[in-house]
Structures are given as structure tokens and as C-alpha cells.
Design a protein around this ligand. Structure first.
Ligand SMILES: [Zn+2]
Length: 115
């Protein structure tokens, strides 16, 4: 069985990799749109690129937020509060922590709309 710290380290590595991939996609997209008719705002292809860019931006933000969650979880490990729900104070189910090592709240609180 792997420890929470191992799972968090693994998740962090994966997320950083995803972020690197997204950043590369994003840079390629920016370069591509600069090469083509970037000065033509009414070009339908330009609109598609803008849309794809905003999609990638959303994914980048998501990955960054996830990294922050992982960092926060590691701090909770250090502080000895890891696995305790940040909302209600009850223990977070082990299965949930294995599926989502960065989870800060229990299933019941997540289900009632907290995050
Ligand atoms: Zn809770």
C-alpha cells in the first residue's frame, strides 16, 4: 500500500506533466495563430483558435488549482490534519483519499456543495 505522501507526490508529478503539455500546446497555438491571418478578426479559423485557446487556458487553470490543492494536502500531512474534513471535522473515507489524495473535505460535505 502506498502512503498518502507517495500518492500526492505522484499526483503532483502527473499534474506538472499535464501543465507542461498544456503550456506547449498553448504556445504552439499562439505561434500558429500569429503565423496565419492573426490580424483578421473575422477569419472563422481565428475564432476557432480563440475558442481552443480559451479551452486550453481553462485546463491550465484547472491544473494549477489542482497543484495548489496538492500543496495544501501536503501541508495538512505535515500538520497532522490530513484526512480530516476541513468543513465538518469528521475523518475522510480512506477510499476517497485513495481516489483523490488532495481531497480536503469528506464525501458528505462535497455532496452538499462544499469544495
Ligand atoms: Zn465533512
Amino acid at each position: 500500500m502506498t502512503s498518502a505522501r507517495d500518492r500526492l507526490a505522484f499526483e503532483s508529478t502527473q499534474t506538472l506533466q499535464r501543465l507542461a503539455d498544456l503550456t506547449r500546446d498553448f504556445d504552439a497555438m499562439v505561434a500558429a495563430s500569429r503565423d496565419t491571418n492573426a490580424d483578421d478578426e473575422h477569419d472563422p479559423e481565428g475564432a476557432t483558435i480563440a475558442f481552443e485557446r480559451s479551452q486550453v487556458e481553462a485546463l491550465v487553470r484547472q491544473a494549477q488549482r489542482h497543484l495548489e490543492e496538492i500543496d495544501a494536502a501536503i501541508k495538512r500531512l505535515d500538520a497532522g490534519t490530513y484526512g480530516t474534513c476541513a468543513v465538518c471535522g469528521n475523518p475522510i473515507a480512506q477510499e476517497r483519499l485513495e481516489a483523490r489524495p488532495a481531497a480536503a473535505i469528506c464525501i458528505a460535505c462535497a455532496a452538499s456543495g462544499h469544495r
